[in-house]
Design a protein around this ligand. Structure first.
Ligand SMILES: Cc1cc2nc3c(=O)[nH]c(=O)nc-3n(C[C@H](O)[C@H](O)[C@H](O)COP(=O)(O)O)c2cc1C
Length: 210
């Protein structure tokens, strides 16, 4: 059961998260915190539990400098403690064998169900566009968890779609199997996020049918 304290904490984290563009460039994020962040981000749900995301973590100053032109000069990529490039898996069907194989070994899934799911996944992802769209969708879910986890750990973040994917692939030797979906800068805020507004529910919500 969700207690009012859990609700209050989550609400506070959600409503105080904002896209921070200026960070304390001297702050170094400890490895344990990076691992905690990514562990919680990777607990996001995904289609068929295929976990279509990979995290390219940039923390070294020289690598951040390489990221600067990739991100069209947006300075948060050099000031932030880390930049996480979230990469989508174009061949997520490959992971099915591992995930469902483990489940069969642990006795939590029958072989028949595994074979059924694997053939369903292979059928769906034979369509390359579907595979890419599904990866993008699932990467969005882990990105949101990453940003909320960062906020709850005393960090701020900024999601960034403003980057050149081809250049990122070249500069960071990204294998063909993966494609860049989103950059997320994470660090200690030097300046707060600019206030932002949202559309009202009247504008956003359609009840039952258009
Ligand atoms: C997919 C996506 C791409 C974005 N790209 C950039 C970006 O390249 N640079 C940037 O400074 N902010 C970027 N933003 C941040 C948005 O401008 C910001 O989320 C929006 O204005 C709402 O403000 P808030 O995040 O502070 O609530 C991006 C956000 C999203 C979700």
């Amino acid at each position: 059961m969700v207690t009012s304290t859990q609700y209050d904490v989550l609400k506070e984290i959600m409503l105080t998260r904002g896209s921070v563009k200026s960070y304390d460039a001297t702050h170094v994020m400890p490895e344990e915190e990076i691992n905690e962040l990514l562990t919680l981000a990777s607990s996001a749900p995904s289609s068929w539990n295929l976990q279509h995301w990979r995290y390219l973590v940039i923390s070294k100053p020289e690598q951040k400098q390489k990221m600067l032109p990739v991100a069209y000069g947006q300075k948060q990529v050099v000031e932030a403690s880390i930049v996480v490039a979230i990469l989508g898996d174009l061949e997520a069907y490959r992971t099915a064998h591992q995930i469902y194989g483990d489940a069969v070994e642990q006795g939590i899934m029958t072989r028949e169900l595994r074979d059924n799911l694997v053939s369903q996944i292979e059928g769906a992802y034979a369509d390359k566009l579907r595979a890419q769209m599904d990866s993008t969708l699932n990467c969005g879910l882990t990105a949101m968890q990453l940003m909320l986890t960062a906020k709850s750990m005393g960090y701020d973040s900024c999601p960034m779609g403003g980057f050149n994917p081809q250049k990122l692939i070249q500069e960071f030797n990204v294998p063909e199997r993966y494609f860049p979906v989103l950059l997320v800068s994470i660090g200690k805020a030097a300046q707060p996020a600019r206030p932002s507004s949202r559309l009202s529910l009247n504008e956003l919500v359609i009840r039952e049918s258009f």
